[in-house]
Design a protein. Sequence first.
Length: 99
Amino acid sequence: MSYKEYISERQKKMARYAKALGHPIRMYVMELLSEQSCCYSGDLTEILPIAKSTLSQHLKELKDAGLIQGEIEAPRIKYCINRENWNEAKDLFKQFMSD
């Protein structure tokens, strides 16, 4: 019997969200985006002292987890919090922490 049989969808979702939030830069990005309606990735490179390629990797991780979404507005990509998934992540962690 595989351990995967014991892992629930809830646990898989929490692990994915936790992995995406598991770096201080990504936590910073989420806090920044949560304080405003949207933010351009170009603005973030002016705020954060990291290479554009590094920032892109962090944004990709957040996007792959479904925590942010991007809209292409050439030549920039506008990133916003995916409110539905962000609220789901908060609820999942609240439930987990209160058990």
